[in-house]
Design a binder for this molecule. Sequence first.
Ligand code: MSP
Length: 518
Amino acid sequence: MEKFYTTTAIDYVNGAPHIGHAYEKILTDVIYRHFTQRCEDTYFLTGTDEHGIKIQKTSAAQGMTPKELCDMNANKFKDAWKALGVEYSQFIRTTDDEHEKIVQKIFKKLVEQGDIYKNSYTGLYCQGCEAFLSEKDLTEDGLCPDHLKKPEVVSEENYFFKLTKYKDAIIKHIKTNPDFIIPSFRANEVLNQLENIEDISVSRAKSNVTWGVPVLGDDDQVIYVWIDALSNYITALGYDPDGSSEKFNKYWPAEVQVIGKDILKFHSIYWLAILMALDLPLPKHILAHGWITIDQTKMSKSLGNVISPTSVLEAFNLDCPDPLRYYMASAAPCGKDGNYSDEDFKEKVNAHLANSMGNLLNRTLSMLVKYFEGDIKPEFKVKSELFDKALETVKAVKHHFDYFEVQEAAQKIIELVDVTNKYVTDNAPWTLAKEGQMDKCGEVLTTVLEVMCVISSLIYPYCPNIAKAMAEQLSYNLNTKLDDVNCDNIKVGHLIDKENIKPVFLRMDSELADKSKK
Ligand code: MSP
């Protein structure tokens, strides 16, 4: 793979980021960082979705202009991603001038080529979805199933996109590319939705919505959020119907577009149709992740259980985001729902990162200093069966990431940590030292340190700071590409002094969980 382009959904800015938004960004960042270990050229796009009636209404209620609200909240998203170590290449805002200009051009092109037409329409509009729903989408009580609110009856003259024209091509694409939608069990859901699709409204009357990108040459209409929002994935790179940038030609199509299961329909149907109409290549994969609940309950403002990701870092007094990243990235099997709970968070990261992984490195280095003054002797460097297990794990982790199975890959890494701990227990280097079998003792310690180099590479996408601290103590080059990872990194000579051995991760104090801060 020469290049790797990945994107997240762009978040609505009518509020601050919560742990569900954070889940997606962390998941994508972990995928992105893993592929930076496999590719020379990678690009990661995230951002915010800033137009639409919700922003218009929220800003009015808060006595602000829509742009003021967007500026304020977009910064909260940026700050949160910084605190979580989400290292995107670009943050797009749909209010960026360049984005707006290109969206207008895309719309114009689609009108000119007959893919967009004007029609009058009466429909059921859900503000939460920013979409028209059909009767059969609603619950028995006539409510939107996602927002549990009654949609409004809206009558307007709108522009429509000829979605039906692309129906057969989309069905064919999904059927002939079984790994286009990940997890594959969601493909059937999409194929069912495709059965009944109709052309979709892609503009709103200015009399109802003012906060949107104006339609060029039609003063009465603004472009409706989805065509504006979905286009961000290409406008960010410099797509232009009149001639795109080098960057666009280099990175598009995306390898994987990460989104939540609730917006899969928009990404696997509407987005594909727009790309087909623009005659552009389609993304290789759409990864639809599940939803995060809090203590097994859906997050909602009315229940007061919405958790901000930065408040978790504060409440647990964490000076680095790695534990939360690790916990969130391994919160759910690929595509399934997951859960956040304070107790589980603490328990899992204490067990995996502090007790198993951090402690393993710490006690091995401490023994190396105690028995050998921190030196690796030539006779310690032997091959071990454990190396096979370590290199098999690298392969298995790569394989899981090929299918974006981030939790499953993490399990493999922890399995390797466990096997290595067992190797230490079975070989008891402290007993070997007591018995004077010093070469054997040195062999065991060196073997473990070699495997710890592999582990630091593998854990890096989840825990970049911990991985760096590990690599530093091992004098290991963390920039090693995964294809080049081997078990021959620990050099003969002096490795470390006592004062440079530092715990890479301390157990989280159980007293620090302060729910009131969240
Ligand atoms: N603005 C649209 C996306 C446009 S993409 C071209 C949107 N915004 S959102 O703020 O409502 O959601 C942003 C992302 O966060 C979506 O992928 C959504 O699925 C995800 N999540 C929102 N709440 C979530 C959880 N509780 N759990 C996991 N992800 C969730 O939709």
